[in-house]
Design a protein around this ligand. Structure first.
Ligand code: URP
Ligand code: ZN
Ligand code: ZN
Length: 464
């Protein structure tokens, strides 16, 4: 058999197995996995001795070039996907946000225009529903058939025109249930939040960026999580809690899953690894994101949720704003562009903090960063595993490479990192996307525009 690419002598890691084997690739697909595979005449050989070979990480939550908070997030589709590849991510899911009074499909087409021809790895879209009317309802089936089986609804962001109320959420859960779709929610309690924001705005000089945390206590998330779960429970719809940050939210998800509710949850490195003391520092405003980073006890409960299975996915909510953009706040916490960089550092951070610190196994890392995202978001087994017939989306990962995170060394357009100075034990060495080397020995070697829009499948049955 002719082979275009061969990964030799690595330790292959999937969600269930760890084996010593070579991986043969022809074109875009994995075609052979065996103890000793010989190259053919023109085979490119990647030596993976003493390294792990993982299925590429999948970040199901990024916002590249998002117009938000009076600016545009600083990593566009080209650089954002480059940064992703450098960090071992081979698929990202971004968002097409419906404009009120317009169809969902218009937003999808507009977003594809921004991404197609720019992306370096494969990408898909979630469709964000901001308007519910008979046309939107009729579009759900069409959008799912188009390859977008997952929708997003924001329970906040009234001023942006993005907010969905409970009636919309309820109906969208009913409608997506019919076709194997899923609703992702940004869960925060808008009325309490807006009231608290105005309360702390009266004393904004006193509190500075810390007012961001004071105005968003944990219950502003967990109440909304609990409410969204209720609507999923009574409609039977499938619900996904994005960027979950509070320990109490994790408990609500746990309890609901025990009752058989179809609810899934994601958390992000910032909620696992940082706590709200960051807002007290001189540059506290840089860390402002929604929901805000919570307390140490919350992080501890989130880690437990990741280990026990209450939380199935780690994603990043990458929404990069550099220091100049963040400076737009001028002392008013309400005007901070909310969002953090993250796609590039997620996988090595998770390896260091999860596997190297023995919080979970290497197979569980694959589950959280690749297999579960692929299954829950309708990409499995094309993505999310190492198997014959799957896309050759692979990361050769060097567990012995020590890296200190410095924003200046990263691919992202961000000039700061929430993890500046953090020591990583292990880093991606080579990233392969559909059989092509996009990162080799830590250097980007891919082509922009080679990434494809990924048509995802509706999910009928989930074993997670
Ligand atoms: O602060 C954040 N997370 N910005 C991006 C938009 C969102 O809510 O996910
Ligand atoms: Zn959000
Ligand atoms: Zn987001």
């Amino acid at each position: 058999m002719k082979l275009d690419l061969l990964i030799k002598n690595g330790t292959l890691v999937t969600a269930t197995d760890t084996i010593q084997a070579d991986v043969g690739v022809e074109g875009e697909k994995i075609v052979s996995i065996a103890e000793n595979i010989d190259p053919t005449s023109d085979t490119v050989v990647v030596e993976a001795k003493d390294m792990y070979v993982f299925p590429g990480a999948i970040d199901v939550h990024v916002h590249f070039q998002l117009p938000f908070s009076g600016t545009i997030s600083a990593d566009d589709f080209e650089n954002g996907t480059k940064a992703a590849a450098m960090g071992g991510v081979t698929t990202v899911l971004d968002f097409a946000i419906q404009q009120k009074g317009h169809s969902i499909m218009e937003a999808v087409k507009a977003r594809r225009k921004e991404a197609d021809g720019k992306v370096c790895i494969d990408y898909g879209l979630h469709a964000a529903i901001t308007d519910w009317n008979p046309q939107t309802q009729a579009e759900i089936k069409q959008i799912i058939e188009y390859g977008i089986p997952t929708f997003k609804m924001f329970m906040i962001y009234k001023n942006e025109g993005w907010m969905a109320d409970d009636g919309m959420l309820f109906q969208a859960l009913e409608e997506t249930k019919k076709f194997g779709g899923m609703i992702g929610v940004h869960a925060e309690s808008v009325d309490i939040l807006d009231m608290l924001i105005e309360r702390y705005a009266q004393e904004k000089e006193k509190w500075g960026a810390y007012a961001h945390t004071l105005s968003r206590p944990d219950y502003t998330e967990s109440e909304a999580v609990q409410r969204a779960i209720k609507w999923a429970e009574v409609t039977g719809g499938r619900l996904y809690i994005v960027h979950m940050s509070a320990g109490e939210s994790a408990q609500y998800v746990h309890d609901a899953r025990e009752r058989g509710v179809h609810v899934y949850a994601e958390t992000c490195p910032q909620y696992l690894l940082l706590d709200d003391s960051v807002f007290k520092g001189e540059n506290g405003h840089l860390y402002a994101t929604c929901p805000q980073i919570k307390k140490k006890e919350d992080s501890m409960r989130l880690w437990k949720g990741l280990i026990d299975g209450d939380i199935q996915i780690v994603a990043t909510d990458t929404c990069t704003f550099d220091t100049k953009q963040k400076a737009m706040w001028e002392g008013d916490f309400r005007r901070i562009p909310f969002g953090l960089p993250g796609v590039e550092t997620m996988f090595p951070l998770l390896y260091t903090e999860g596997v190297a610190k023995k919080r979970f196994s290497i197979n569980h890392l694959v589950r959280l960063a690749s297999t579960n995202p692929a299954k829950i978001f309708g990409m499995f087994p094309r993505k999310g595993t190492i198997a014959s017939g799957s896309d050759a989306d692979l990361v050769v990962f060097d567990p012995n490479k020590q890296v200190t995170i410095h924003a200046k060394d990263l691919q992202t357009n961000c000039d700061w990192s929430p993890f500046e100075g953090w020591q990583l034990k292990g880093y991606p060495h080579t990233t392969i996307s559909r059989g092509e080397l996009v990162v080799s020995d830590g250097k980007f070697v891919g082509k922009c525009g080679r990434g494809q829009f990924l048509k995802r499948q509706a999910v009928k049955q989930l074993d997670i």
